[in-house]
Design a protein around this ligand. Structure first.
Ligand code: SF4
Length: 238
């Protein structure tokens, strides 16, 4: 596994659990608004270099670190980048599970075969899947080609699964209208949980020109959540 960084402790990224985060390197999307260019763009030379814990930069280092944290954390968030582009992800996760830790997977939904297999083999306890846009606008938002069938398959897997999951969407006025929120809601109609995340521009981004873009204000966010609530059981701001 290619590891791009870690966060030793998070109280918010895995609901209800004390977790460490491991960020795998590499992504098959290039979302303009992405605030993890270091993990996404191979030729990245910006200022957002992860200098935290430089001693933990291999799978062995990370697993060794986890062993020192047993009893203090009970879960690991496997995030990215896009973890499922790595063929050895299931083996990596199995090693984490063998330590007795729960695993949450963050994914953009492009690898439903791996997602389904991870669920069937009890390797993940929670999935957070990005919903980037209405299907028609996906390519524009993620800034590259995408097989929309795979996205739809991953959505169905989560709608049908018995493990915990959330859908989540990072939104900004330049890219998302209220009509878009309706269409995104229809895409995940009946889902248990949909988190709305407001765009933030105070960091390096994959598309630096987005640093000039505004975020939604409080009133707009309330309208978005009200629309989301029409389609899912629980729509919340994060
Ligand atoms: S936001 Fe997620 S899916 Fe998009 S480029 Fe960044 S890591 Fe990849």
């Amino acid at each position: 596994m290619i590891i791009g960084g870690i966060n030793k402790l998070t109280l918010i990224d895995y609901p209800g659990e004390l977790a460490a985060i491991v960020f795998t390197k590499g992504c098959n999307f290039r979302c303009h608004h992405c605030y993890n260019p270091l993990l996404v763009v191979p030729e990245y030379t910006g200022t957002h270099i992860n200098k935290s814990h430089p001693q933990i930069n291999s799978e062995g280092d990370f697993l060794g670190f986890l062993k020192t944290r047993l009893g203090k954390i009970n879960a690991v968030v496997v995030s990215g980048g896009e973890p499922t582009i790595h063929k050895d992800l299931p083996i990596f996760i199995k090693k984490i599970k063998d330590l007795g830790l729960k695993v949450k997977l963050d994914t953009n939904g492009t690898n439903p075969i791996m997602l389904s297999s991870l669920i069937k083999n009890n390797l993940i306890n929670y999935v957070a899947m990005d919903i980037k846009a209405p299907l028609n606008d996906y390519k524009k938002i993620i800034n590259t080609e995408v097989d929309l069938i795979q996205i739809q398959k991953s959505i169905k897997i989560l709608l049908d699964t018995s493990i915990d999951y959330e859908f989540r969407s990072t939104l900004l006025p330049k890219q998302h209208s209220l009509d878009d929120i309706h269409n995104m809601g229809m895409l995940i109609n009946g889902a248990k949980l949909w988190y709305i995340q407001n765009f933030k521009s105070n960091t390096d981004l994959v598309n630096l020109s987005f640093n000039e873009e505004r975020s939604f204000n409080e009133i707009e966010l309330k309208e978005i959540v009200a629309v989301g609530t029409k389609y899912v059981q629980n729509c919340k701001l994060r």
